[in-house]
Design a binder for this molecule. Structure first.
Ligand code: TXA
Ligand code: MG
Length: 329
């Protein structure tokens, strides 16, 4: 569904809001990836999210809000830089970690005294949030450690009966998760690269960002985002020889690259070229799923340029490669 909403779309949105009010889980399209939404003020509903995902309770959730003004209702204090970022990028693929207001549930934050907040830039998500009138805790709608869904079908495949309903807002526009910035430290620190680049954030804040320390964001495991296929990151120069060697070993080999790679061996499965960094981000998780469906042994990935959302794509490729390597050791 997309605006202008038909009466049938509106009826679906009303059903979703009723389900959320009753403490059920709803598959919610956002511009980044699909979320598994629950009433952030209902502890039982939030616990249901963790159960459905198979996610440990100490991995906190992002609370989604209808508008930037709600920031003050969920944060105990809003640093100047946080307000500037909210004004510049909300609605949009940016999550701000701030000190939490006292009403924010321990179930949402994993007991931390901070909370992650964002206003998504998707007409369906915003319609639901406005009609719902509160905050929606929503992790990506995948089973723990798996690839985030970027289509309604992928949410069904991941979550099955655990969701009351999935709103179909079409394929996600950004395709990788939001950028998470810790605003409780000065200067702010990017905890997870995403839809808004670190360069843009630094420009808006008007200062260099801090370095991420060893204590990484809870839940940002090195082995996250791993598909069931082995992912190997290769340069454009090495792609052909690497594919040839693996095919000689009898492996079924796929390739995901920003453009055309010359000299590829016969028998390689070339997944549709990903294009520039933005195009790459948009198709990345769906290509991982396609590689799984095709039963490939290995997916060779030539990364995009690191500028803009390319940094987030490279981050996810690295995690997927790490995850698939450790699983096979
Ligand atoms: O684009 C997105 O952010 C998607 C869509 C659905 O909005 N959501 C998403 O949620 O990626 P999830 O749960 O898969 O990842 C949220 C991450 C967690 O891994 C955790 O590291 C971080 O947000 N996080 C949440 N609360 C935090 C907090 N208080 N402090 C530090 N990190 C936090
Ligand atoms: Mg996730």
């Amino acid at each position: 569904m997309e605006p202008p909403f038909t009466p049938a779309d509106l009826a679906e949105i009303v059903r979703a809001v009723a389900a959320l009010r009753a403490g059920a889980l709803v598959g919610l399209p956002t511009e980044t990836v699909y979320g598994l939404a629950a009433d952030a003020s209902n502890a039982e509903a939030v616990r249901r999210v963790f159960a459905a995902k198979g996610r440990p309770a100490d991995h906190p959730l992002i609370v989604h809000l209808a508008d930037p003004a709600s920031l003050d209702a969920w944060a105990a204090e809003v640093p100047h830089a946080a307000r500037a970022l909210a004004e510049a990028y909300w609605p949009g693929p940016l999550t701000l970690v701030v000190r939490r207001a006292s009403h924010v549930l321990d179930e949402v934050t994993g007991g931390l005294d901070t909370v992650a907040l964002r206003v998504p830039a998707h007409p369906v998500a915003l319609a639901v949030l406005r009609a719902f009138g509160g905050g929606l805790a929503a992790p990506s709608a995948n089973r723990f450690g798996r690839v985030s869904p970027t289509t309604a079908q992928a949410v069904h495949d991941e979550m099955g009966e655990a969701v009351a309903l999935v709103l179909d807002g079409g394929p996600c526009d950004v395709g990788v998760e939001s950028t998470i910035v810790d605003m409780t430290v000065d200067p702010p620190v990017v905890l997870r690269p995403g839809g808004v680049s670190a360069e843009e954030i630094a420009r808006t804040v008007g200062a260099a960002l801090g370095e991420q320390s060893d204590t990484r964001a809870p839940g940002t495991l090195a082995a996250h985002y791993a598909p069931a296929v082995e992912v190997v990151v290769v340069t454009a120069q090495d792609a052909a020889s690497s594919a040839t060697a693996r095919i000689a070993l009898g492996q079924r080999v796929g390739l995901l690259a920003p453009g055309v790679i010359p000299g590829l061996p016969a028998g390689i499965e070339i997944l549709d070229a990903a294009g520039d960094a933005q195009g790459y981000a948009r198709v990345l998780y769906e290509r991982f799923r396609e590689a799984e469906r095709q039963g490939l042994d290995v997916l060779l990935c030539v990364p995009p340029e690191a500028a803009g959302v390319g940094a987030a794509v490279i981050d996810r490729l690295r995690r997927a490669a790490f995850g698939s390597a450790t699983e096979r050791e």
